[in-house]
Design a protein around this ligand. Structure first.
Ligand SMILES: *Cc1c(COP(=O)(O)O)cnc(C)c1O
Length: 365
């Protein structure tokens, strides 16, 4: 069995960071009570409260899909709607889990440049229909960092939360890459969540270097009522809970979660500036979205993309997002990025390819 070399497919293609791995080994000693009554869970909850400087309610799930769907289930009832960006993970990548775990609530798509929602668009979407025939919007879901790799500033989150509050909507954050946003903005986590008026945050661990696991943080304690039963019903209550909790202790105790996020962001910045240098010679190479976290979206000729794929470089093409998605991880190195840039440069044709006749290549999700 072999693993591929480091590549740019996703931050879940990477392995487990040493801090999480060591904490798991440490947790693997002796017996503890099950279902979260163990000291590792207690410590992880305490560290998350410390990190967010607030007494939030904390739960753990195995996947981000479960975290999002169950958190949204706590925010709305079955006859409600949830507003989300048209390319939000909850809308396009969760197989209807939010609809299922809310018992039928409708996800209503709102558009916005570079993956971001704007308060005016949220207000407009909430007010568009007020008759009995359309579900009332009772939650808005933001992704931080967004699917397009942009970030919301604390001020932007506050403005969206204020718009949501006016329209009587709860605010949910899909924070699969929240660590990367914190690393970019260098804002205290609470300023991007509790202080900004966020009700519930699904904090990503997997893409930050954990083997598996996300944390659901309720800043609005009322919404957390009976949440543990939702977790259990969905099959997300870990019996050996210490192994979901210990990796969090490993990365939170010494700031590794932010160090790893910062590394991923730095490598994406290196990749972006390398691509901009290539664009000086090959102007058809274009960066599609502002690079603000750990991903670069770039338009490359189809022949270049398939050539890279054939040479063993793995990444996804996201036509809906306008280009190839190049994602950096906690363990991406400076030389990984340099080698990749060399490989790209070697495959760029001299003149702009004819995109009408040159079919889109094979790389799909
Ligand atoms: C990866 C990701 C998730 C979580 O996905 P799972 O595969 O269910 O763990 C959620 N939201 C976004 C934006 C993601 O990129």
């Amino acid at each position: 069995m072999s693993t591929r070399p480091r590549s740019f497919a996703s931050d879940n293609a990477s392995g487990v960071c040493p801090e999480a791995w060591e904490a798991l080994a440490e947790a693997n000693r002796g017996h503890t009570p099950a279902y979260g009554a163990d000291p590792w869970t207690e410590r992880a909850v305490a560290l998350l409260r410390e990190t967010f400087e607030t007494d939030c309610r904390v739960y753990f799930t195995f996947t981000g899909t479960a975290a999002n769907a169950l958190a949204l289930g706590a925010c709305v009832r079955s006859h409600h709607a949830i507003l989300a960006h048209e390319l939000a993970h909850i809308e396009v990548d969760e197989c209807g889990a939010p609809e299922f775990f809310t018992g039928g609530a409708k996800v209503v798509r709102v558009d916005g440049a570079h993956g971001k929602l704007e308060p005016a668009a949220v207000t407009e979407a909430a007010e568009r229909r007020r008759d009995v025939h359309f579900p009332r919007a009772r939650a808005v879901s933001l992704t931080q960092a967004t699917e397009m790799g942009t970030v919301y500033t604390a001020e932007e989150v506050r403005a969206l939360a204020a718009a949501a509050r006016t329209a009587r909507m709860a605010v949910h954050i899909d924070g699969a890459r929240f660590a990367n946003a914190v690393a970019t903005l260098e804002s205290p986590p609470r300023e991007l969540s509790a202080d900004a008026g966020v009700d519930v945050l699904c904090l990503g661990g997997t893409k930050n270097g954990l083997p598996a696991g996300e944390a659901v943080l309720f800043f609005n304690g009322e919404l957390a009522d009976e949440f543990e039963s939702r977790i259990k019903q969905a099959g997300q209550l870990a019996s050996k809970a210490r192994f979901l909790a210990a990796p969090w202790v490993g990365v939170l105790e010494n700031g590794a979660w932010l160090r790893h996020a910062r590394n991923a962001n730095t490598r994406a910045a290196q990749l972006e500036s390398g691509l901009r240098r290539l664009a000086e010679r090959w102007p058809y190479v274009t960066i599609v979205h502002p690079r603000e976290a750990n991903v670069v979206f770039v338009r490359l000729p189809p022949s270049t993309m398939s050539g890279l794929q054939a040479a063993g470089w793995f990444f996804y093409d996201f036509p809906a997002a306008g280009g190839a998605r190049l994602m950096c991880s906690w363990d991406t190195t400076e030389s990984d990025v340099n080698d990749f840039l060399d490989a790209i440069a070697a495959l760029l044709p001299d003149s702009r390819p004819d995109e009408e006749t040159d079919a889109y290549p094979v790389m799909r999700h």
